[in-house]
Design a protein around this ligand. Sequence first.
Ligand code: Q9C
Ligand code: ZN
Length: 328
Amino acid sequence: MLVVYSERHLLHSPTKELWGGRPRPHPDVPDRAELILRELQDCHSVVSPGKMTRAILHGVHSAAYVDHVEACSSALSRTSEAFPFAFPRAGSAPANPVARRGFYSYDTVTPVTGGTFSAALSAAACAVSGARHVFGGRGTAYCLCRPPGHHATESTMGGYCYFNNAALAAAQTEGRVAIIDVDSHHGNGTQEIFYDTDRVLCCSLHGHPRSAFPYAWGFRGERGMGNGVGYNINVPLPGESRGGKWIRALRGLLVHISKFEPDYLIVSLGVDGLAEDRNGPLILELEDYARAGKAIAELGYPTCIVQEGGYFLPLLATCTSAFLSGWP
Ligand code: Q9C
Ligand code: ZN
């Protein structure tokens, strides 16, 4: 399959997250993408993405939010990082640029660095290029996006995500798209972006938000709004769930996807459900991801796979590759 990768992800290298008010090493390290690239480059053709434009970003994100990410990034040196600390619920953004950060953010694990805007743009470009390849009928694509995207909403960053790569991919067609999000955290950004449409079916399988990030979204009752009622499906599982339960729940979602009869499928692939990955809930094994990839590939839809989370470096690349081996 085609692999879309940009070395510009290296520009984003946050050193810390603030978790429970305490600094901790940031799990989204540049090595994540480098390890996956090294694993895949022998068996797949790797290409650079096409150019990203504002117009493409505006298909998903508000102009004010994109401007904020750019301005915030360019005000910083390459390595310094800015955290929000006030989260105003005002109707409009505070004029003070420092106070403004919290208006466009919902947590303290998603700092902006000098290189963040360029890197996030390159991740979005990977997803868009991969999607256009798939929608153009040229086969399966894997988009090696870093930073990830599924926690980013129209106008907020969060959960290490700045631009919603999977949503930008889905915006590259007017056809019917099903999104299956197998990252162990709920894809709240993707859910919110397509909440009121019946063009995109959003399915997410994840650790229960009563005890896992992002805490406020991902419950079963979130089923969509307006035209979108019934086109958002969440399956929260207890955080200590193992592979058997996870695969059964995944198969249930695949039945819903078949009934929807999508033209295209987008997979938000996060492998942070691995037992060894303590940044994510669930207790999964390599074989579970291999099985999941196989089950999804068997549906036979033109498929664009977008990288989300996955932080346990010794297994990250093997696990990603095990999932992708479902496709011939
Ligand atoms: N001990 C993505 O996977 N940290 N974002 C939770 C739990 C936040 C994950 C810490 C996880 C965000 C794209
Ligand atoms: Zn995750």
